[in-house]
Design a protein around this ligand. Structure first.
Ligand code: FAD
Length: 311
């Protein structure tokens, strides 16, 4: 402690010592009956990759809105079974990732030569900067070892590419997703059911302020996102008049002035996304639909399928 604070003028008294150790464990079920578990209680791993708190908060968010829906009688209790189905694979993935990130330090340790008598920064730099064939090989290995650490420090895909599969998500003629880059390293934004709605900047028509698509959904409700010509969907939602369903029309309350949403959303203007309170897409209708009766039929069917109360 004196070394850390830079002086030994301060009296230090150690009152307690607590051992912390690395875990590699995840639960295969997060709920049984009326008991629901989340957070470190169901996924334990080292801090490498920094995946702990956000995964715990996602567990809580996933469960909280579903509990609220059931308690308010907006959904049947069966909706709650999707909590475990959606979150177990995420827990499993981050436990494996965090432990792999910890083990990947081995490559750096080997290059640095800590177990070959290298003890100071000077010795380390001398070893790495030497004009020798051996040092040249070390420099190549160093770059390789640093590239591997991208999977710890720059792995946006691990954090954001979750694809939920459960009874609370309905796929609509979706083909298998094609990954265009490493799914652990790179975020692949998509409006596929089970994925988080892609972030795009829009403009709030009332106050002219920038607003993210992430913030036009949520607030404890489902959101039906459609475009100006998506009137059939708007009428269907109006007719159902459900206390838990908001409608956002891109081009009306919010404007796609940068045109980014149109390029990203993967749905026609008169198509629609049904987005859950946690920002994940529950269902989408990619093709334009102009028939009021069919839109009502489809929306009702899908809501019932996912255990939401209609009457
Ligand atoms: C060294 C270290 C570094 C970390 N770094 C990061 C990081 O960079 N990024 C990141 O996202 N995460 C990080 N984490 C992980 C993160 O801190 C945890 O994943 C997260 O705090 C777990 O939250 P939790 O609410 O599930 O559990 P906890 O925070 O452990 O909360 C559980 C609570 O329950 C209480 N409790 C236990 N038993 C009982 C009982 N019988 N009755 C009542 N209360 C009880 C405990 O006292 C505790 O307050 C790190 C963890 C460690 C140890």
């Amino acid at each position: 402690i004196h070394t850390f604070i830079g002086t030994d003028d301060v009296d230090v008294e150690v009152q307690n010592v607590s051992a912390w150790y690395v875990n590699q464990a995840f639960a295969k079920h997060y709920s049984v009956g009326r008991v629901f578990c989340g957070g470190d209680a169901v996924h334990r791993h080292p801090p490498s990759s920094g995946l702990g708190s956000n995964t715990c908060i996602q567990d809580a968010f996933n469960l909280a809105w579903k509990l609220a829906f059931v308690i308010k009688d907006w959904a049947k209790a069966d909706l709650l079974s999707s909590y475990s189905d959606e979150r177990v694979p995420v827990g499993q993935q981050i436990v494996a990732r965090a432990n792999q990130s910890r083990m990947d330090y081995k490559h750096l340790k080997d290059v640095f030569g800590f177990d070959q008598g290298i003890a100071t920064t000077h010795q380390l730099l001398d070893r790495l900067n030497a004009p020798t064939a051996e040092a040249a090989e070390l420099r190549t290995q160093l770059n390789h070892a640093l590239d591997i650490k991208n999977f710890e420090f720059n792995a946006q895909g691990v954090e954001l590419n979750q694809r939920y599969q459960s009874a609370a998500v309905v796929l609509d003629d979706e083909c298998d997703e094609q990954w265009h880059a490493d799914p652990q390293l790179y975020l692949q934004a998509t409006s596929r059911p089970g994925a988080k709605i892609p972030h795009c900047w829009l403009i709030n028509a009332k106050n002219g302020q920038k607003v993210s698509t992430l913030d036009i959904v949520g607030n404890g409700k489902l959101t039906l996102v459609t475009g100006l010509s998506g009137t059939a969907w708007k009428k269907a939602a109006d007719q159902l008049d459900l206390p838990y369903l908001n409608v956002v029309t891109i081009g009306q309350e919010v404007k796609d002035v940068y045109g980014i949403w149109q390029k990203t959303c993967e749905i026609a203007e008169a198509g629609m996304l049904l987005v859950r309170p946690d920002g994940y897409v529950a269902w989408r209708h990619q093709q334009a639909l102009y028939d009021d009766r069919v839109a009502l039929q489809k929306l009702t069917h899908v809501l019932e399928q996912m255990q939401y109360q209609i009457a």
